[in-house]
Design a protein around this ligand. Structure first.
Ligand code: ADP
Ligand code: GLC
Length: 482
């Protein structure tokens, strides 16, 4: 099959979160399964310098955007055993210090930037000599693609391929003032509640949900949750209407990136059969972060965007209580300034127990995954979550709230002691999380049980081979629909 993927971020070229990991890995897995894949993504600042093998494609975009026309170039990166990447080169939009924001402020022209990018995707899907069998777009930034394709079908594009939309996070919908609709150049009939209109505003994700031939989300449980009022973020009604076209597919893990055996980021390699190396990583991490170095002190970690979704408020509450016991906590993250301040305050209160690193650091992320005994992920909601799956492979017991992909990927110690891979809690409250941390400390002290749990975790298999089969089946289900 020929698959055109489009995403506003793709690892290793750009990344703010799991979306980049997922799209990069999906591309690789599809190629490994024998398919042809092109991934379209913006050419952000720094990519060209880092990848000198980029080649200019003989292609120029010159597309309407409201009352103007905007030009852009196209660059290509061919890689062995990997998807080909097409980078849309529009310096005014993409040669910037950030991807979506700078100094915690979203760029004021994000509607313009990503509507233009979506139009480039449609232009490629329609006119590339390489004809895709399916166009698969990810999140609100490219969610207008299925709408634009549907419109072009009526405007001379006889037989467009089917479009699949993956929702990685329903909380981000790309909602802009109604005037932004003009940038789409679609006829006014699309600005109505059955399409992109949402209380007088433009809602990009809503358009995608209404028009995609298939909607997927990144775990089966989240696919059910978004059809409820509680987690439907205002779109549950539409999602229920489209439920026959909505499926949940749990993300895979790219084990060639996230492994403990051949990993340039880790001080010491280890495997499920040679777990002793994990302790070396723990001691090195404590040393690196300036904490008392001791095998005996249970070490908890978190790596996260510091956003409401991630359960920061209950984590700060639970830790304030639990740090009075014998434990250490390390966090790597960045996001909302008030949450950053919250963690810094915690470190000031417990200087010999807490280490806070504000920023983005890939090497430290691997070292935290490897060096900790437990990984805390108390999300309010979590479409899939990748860090808990990375933790499993690293033998770091995830302590998670039972929501979305966290619930789908972790086996709880209380519910099934023999096959347990982690600890779950249910209520969204600091008390409930504190209880789960206390439970972790009990498990830590039962050395044999703890080791068994680590081994179960490391053996759990979330490889892409399985996930990619589900995507292929999904793509096949929409072939010939048109
Ligand atoms: P989300 O996409 O909602 O942020 P995921 O768990 O799916 O959550 O993916 C997060 C990804 O981003 C993981 O690869 C994680 O390691 C990475 N990440 C998040 N924050 C940081 C950070 N501060 N430094 C390095 N990596 C980070
Ligand atoms: C989103 C979600 C996260 C998911 C990731 C990749 O960022 O918040 O749960 O793992 O996308 O699909």
């Amino acid at each position: 099959m020929k698959i055109l993927l489009a995403s506003s971020e793709v690892y290793p070229f750009s990344k703010t979160g799991g979306l980049a990991d997922m799209v990069g890995a999906l591309g690789r897995a599809l190629v490994k399964a024998g398919h042809e894949v092109i991934i379209v993504t913006p050419l952000y600042r720094g990519i060209q310098a880092k990848y000198p093998a980029l080649k200019k494609v003989d292609w120029e975009f010159d597309l309407p955007l409201g009352w103007r026309r905007i030009k852009a170039g196209l660059w290509e990166l061919k890689r062995r055993r990997e998807a080909t990447i097409y980078f849309v080169d529009q310096p005014g939009y993409f040669d910037r210090a950030g991807i979506y924001l700078e100094n915690n402020l979203s760029y004021a022209d994000n509607a313009e930037r990503y509507i233009f990018f979506s139009k480039c995707v449609v232009n490629l899907a329609r006119y590339l000599p390489w004809r895709p069998d399916v166009v698969h777009v990810h999140d609100w930034q490219v969610a207008l693609v299925p709408v634009l394709m549907a419109h072009e079908k009526g405007a001379g594009w006889g037989n467009p391929p089917p479009a699949c939309l993956t929702i990685h996070n329903l909380a981000y919908q790309g909602i802009f003032p109604g005037e932004a609709f003009e940038l789409t150049d679609l006829p006014l009939e699309y600005f109505q509640p059955g399409a992109v209109e949402y209380f007088g505003m433009l809602n990009c994700l809503k358009g995608g949900i209404a028009y995609a031939d298939l909607i997927t989300t990144v775990s089966p449980r989240y696919a059910r949750e978004i059809c409820t009022e509680e987690l439907g973020c205002g779109l549950d009604g539409l999602l229920r209407q489209r439920q026959d076209r909505l499926i949940g597919i749990l993300n895979g893990v790219d084990y060639s990136e996230w492994n403990t055996n051949k990993n340039k980021h880790l001080p010491k390699a280890y495997t499920v059969g040679r777990l002793a190396g994990k302790q070396v990583n723990k001691l090195e991490l404590q040393k690196q972060l300036g904490l008392p170095v001791s095998e005996a002190i249970p070490l908890f970690g978190t790596i996260s965007r510091l956003a409401e979704q991630k359960g920061v408020d209950i984590q700060l509450g639970a830790l304030a209580e639990m740090l009075n016991t014998n434990m250490q906590f390390v966090i790597l993250g960045s996001g909302s300034p008030e949450y950053e301040r919250g963690y810094r305050d915690l470190a000031r209160r417990f200087p010999d127990k807490v280490s806070v690193t504000i920023g983005y650091d890939e090497t430290l992320a691997h070292r935290i995954e490897a060096g900790c005994d437990f990984f805390l992920m108390p999300s309010r909601f979590e479409p899939c979550g990748l860090n808990q799956m990375y933790s499993l492979r690293y033998g770091t017991i995830p302590v998670v709230r039972a929501t979305g992909g966290l619930d789908d990927s972790v086996v709880d110690w209380t519910q099934n002691a023999a096959q347990a891979t982690g600890i779950k809690f249910f209520d969204y409250s600091a008390r409930s999380l504190a209880r789960a941390i206390r439970k972790s400390l009990v498990l830590y002290n039962q050395t044999e049980l703890f080791k068994q749990c680590q081994k179960n975790a490391m053996k759990a298999d979330f490889s892409w081979d399985k996930t990619v089969e589900e995507y292929l089946k999904a793509y096949q289900s929409i072939q010939g629909l048109k």
